[in-house]
Design a protein around this ligand. Structure first.
Ligand code: NAP
Length: 666
């Protein structure tokens, strides 16, 4: 480890009274010894401590009256971070000391910064001062970018050729930030910069280091969004073993508290998480913000459900074969669950797996999409920081043959909860062997617009359903089936509406449609569009591509057998197909291999009821987009879209548990 990285973490502090000194020194000495054991000759650690505690310049800058509260003492720590509140009299009350676990070597300066700012803001501090090693140019740049100014310099020869050559920096706090538990997230709490998020996979709560690194780039401009260290087969097997061996299941109350604390932490870091989503997935910032809001709901509902016992009681004296007994049901956690998630809702899909598993008390191993792992890893860190025991969650990325496939096939894994494409889902079904499977796969959902519909509503739903999230929702509107009589007017209005969906830089506030996940996906959209045009369809607006950006596109006269509508097209396409009547619409809607969701726009109750009865899919939304749901309602498809086993917080908890019955004489 580079000593300057740890030095950059320090805030110089002094205890409130001489009485505190021995305990604090013992603690810090221990940290520093571990930190520098193989880097510094014996005895230097104490010199460094002396320098830390005894710097007169710092005392002048920071004032007296410093208090210290130790808030995290577990784990292997390599550094520590303290912050203080500046009183109106100009005194600094340093009242928290964070110990940062061993893996925080890279990007630690920015993590420290985020904590300093957020914590200081919450405690009402007017300013934050910190001490940075002059050699740590990266940390200094990060602090300057966040508004810190150098207010003093400290240079001390502390013996044996070791020099403490530091700056004291200071800035006003940002009152919009809030306190968060320690995390290795590298984003600053106040700045939007997300560059150099260097994250790790986690094996049972411990970071995986020293392994090959996966680099994630923005689909918009190719800039590096961050990196994650990867796992291999041995890590995968160890994660399964750790999950299976775990017995210390938190109580319902503790599980609920973990989920609640995670929710609170996520609320405090909404913007940072939204920007992470936009940065790695290319989704418009407004979509990132929306997704964080949905994830907060998932956590809220999962915390509520963790407290709920859905046990049943059956009296047994109810038949001639009965007895004077009662049968009770109780829900038991599984030993090891696996969750594999897609790129298109990189945070909420993860939350929909982890939240219910934690509520059920089931250890889970997450394999997020390699295209969007940053926000998934950051979310896991929130859970650990909220108190989730390490063995209850591992986060693994790596070669499919060494991670995903090992997880899917392993005999000790009791459930695989997969959300993703049909081909991968079917492959999992073919290879998983004897275990529970929850498969949430692709869709090509219809929006049926009947001639009695409120046209403004229909147009709004068509546009929202087709373009939101860059059209990359499993439940996006992928076919618009419009009754003949209103097709021309509906089409005209949809073209007008489409002009509102500005497509461009995901981080630009004006953008409503960012990129699709990568250039290859945008090129696929281009291909299916060309195929449709060759078959007689007309592009009325959009159709342009630049890199991974694909314009919202209205296509009219789309033949019924075009790949664009028979298969799943994952992008902002709005293909319009005309239908004669409701029956024709329902037949066409049911004609593909998918069966995820649907929307029907009508003011006729009989038509609505018939559609609900006849459509063969998991959801029918009347006068709403197919994607409408709340996070605890049952959700999932049939046919190629899934096995009919639902997710949504309440149903998913059932997937991560089993029901045990027991009976007693009565
Ligand atoms: P995908 O290609 O199927 O990938 C999904 C996940 O599966 C990724 O984590 C992927 O890892 C992993 N994976 C790839 N090969 C695997 C294998 N052989 N064994 C086990 N796991 C494997 O899907 P995507 O492109 O990320 O997501 C888009 C798809 O998800 C669309 O079809 C969409 O409709 C569907 N989706 C469905 C729902 C629903 O609820 N029904 C919700 C959202 C999305 P890598 O990243 O390493 O490839």
């Amino acid at each position: 480890m580079n000593p300057s990285a740890a030095i950059a973490l320090q805030l110089a502090f002094r205890p409130a009274s001489e009485d505190d000194l021995p305990a604090i020194r013992a603690l810090a000495t221990d940290i520093w010894r571990r930190c520098y054991a193989d880097l510094l000759p014996a005895g230097q650690v104490d010199h460094m401590l002396a320098a830390m505690y005894g710097v007169e310049e710092l005392r002048r800058n920071l004032g007296d009256g410093i208090r210290i509260e130790l808030i995290e003492l577990t784990g292997d720590a390599i550094g520590y971070l303290a912050f203080g509140r500046v009183s109106t009299e100009g005194q600094v009350h340093l009242h928290k000391l964070y110990l940062l676990p061993e893996h925080h070597g890279r990007g630690i300066g920015q993590a420290a910064l985020a904590h300093v700012l957020a914590s200081a803001a919450r405690s009402g501090a007017e300013a934050v001062s910190l001490r940075v090693n002059k050699g740590n140019a990266r940390a200094i740049r990060a602090y300057q970018k966040a508004g810190f100014e150098t207010i003093g310099a400290l240079c001390q020869d502390i013996g044996d050729g070791f020099v403490m050559d530091d700056f004291v920096m200071r800035r006003a706090t940002d009152s919009s930030a809030a306190d968060v538990p320690p995390s290795i997230a590298c984003a600053s709490a106040s700045s939007a910069s997300l560059q150099n998020m260097n994250l790790t996979c986690y094996l049972a709560g411990a970071p995986i280091t020293g392994t090959p690194v996966l680099t994630i780039r923005s689909p918009y401009d190719g800039s590096v969004s961050g990196t994650v260290t990867q796992a291999g087969r041995a890590h995968t097997e160890a994660a399964i073993a750790a999950a299976v061996a775990f017995r210390d299941t938190p109580t319902r109350y503790q599980r609920s508290e973990i989920l609640e604390k995670t929710r609170t932490a996520l609320e405090a870091r909404r913007e940072e998480f939204a920007r992470t989503i936009s940065s790695e997935a290319g989704l418009a910032l407004c979509e990132g913000r929306y997704e964080v809001g949905r994830t907060i709901d998932v956590l809220r509902f999962a915390a509520m459900e963790a407290l709920r016992d859905d046990g049943q009681i059956f009296s047994c004296d109810i038949s001639a074969q009965g007895k004077a007994r009662k049968i009770f049901t109780t829900r038991e956690p599984l030993r090891c669950a696996v969750a594999i998630t897609p790129f298109n809702h990189p945070l909420n899909q993860v939350a929909h797996k982890l939240g219910p598993a934690i509520a059920a008390g089931t250890p889970i191993i997450l394999k997020p999409s390699e295209k969007t792992p940053l926000v998934a890893v950051k979310f896991a860190e929130l859970l650990y920081a909220a108190g989730l025991p390490g063995p209850m969650l591992s986060v693994l990325l790596g070669p499919t043959a060494e991670v995903a496939e090992v997880l899917v096939k392993h005999a000790d894994v009791e459930v695989v909860a997969f959300t993703g494409s049909v081909p991968v889902g079917k492959r999992i079904a073919a290879t998983a062997g004897y275990k529970k499977l929850v498969l949430e796969l692709g869709g090509n959902d219809p929006l049926i617009v009947l001639d009695d519909a409120d046209l403004d509503l229909a147009v709004t739903l068509a546009a929202e359903g087709s373009y939101r999230n860059s059209g990359q929702r499993c439940t996006a509107v992928k076919r618009i089936l419009v009754q003949d009589g209103i097709a021309a007017e509906f089409t005209r209005r949809l073209v007008e509406k489409t002009r509102e969906y500005v497509c461009g830089d995901p981080l630009d506030e004006a953008t409503k449609v960012g990129t699709v996940i990568d250039e290859a996906s945008a090129m696929y959209l281009e291909t299916v569009l060309q195929e449709a045009v060759a078959a007689g369809a007309k592009v009325l607006i959009g159709g342009g591509r630049r890199g991974a950006l694909f314009q919202p596109t209205v296509i009219a006269d789309v033949p019924r057998d075009c790949r664009m509508v028979v298969a799943e097209s994952f992008g902002p396409l709005a293909p319009i197909l005309t239908v004669r009547d409701l029956d024709d619409a329902l037949t066409l809607a049911n004609s593909t291999a998918y069966g995820l969701s649907s929307g029907v726009v009508t003011n006729n109750l009989q038509s609505a009821l018939k559609a609900i009865r006849i459509l063969r899919c998991g959801t029918v939304n009347i006068n709403e987009v197919p994607g409408f749901r709340v996070e605890n309602s049952p959700f999932g498809g049939i046919k190629d879209s899934g096995l009919g086993i639902k997710e949504g917080v309440i149903e998913a908890i059932k997937g991560y548990s089993y029901v045990k019955t027991f009976s007693l004489p009565w």
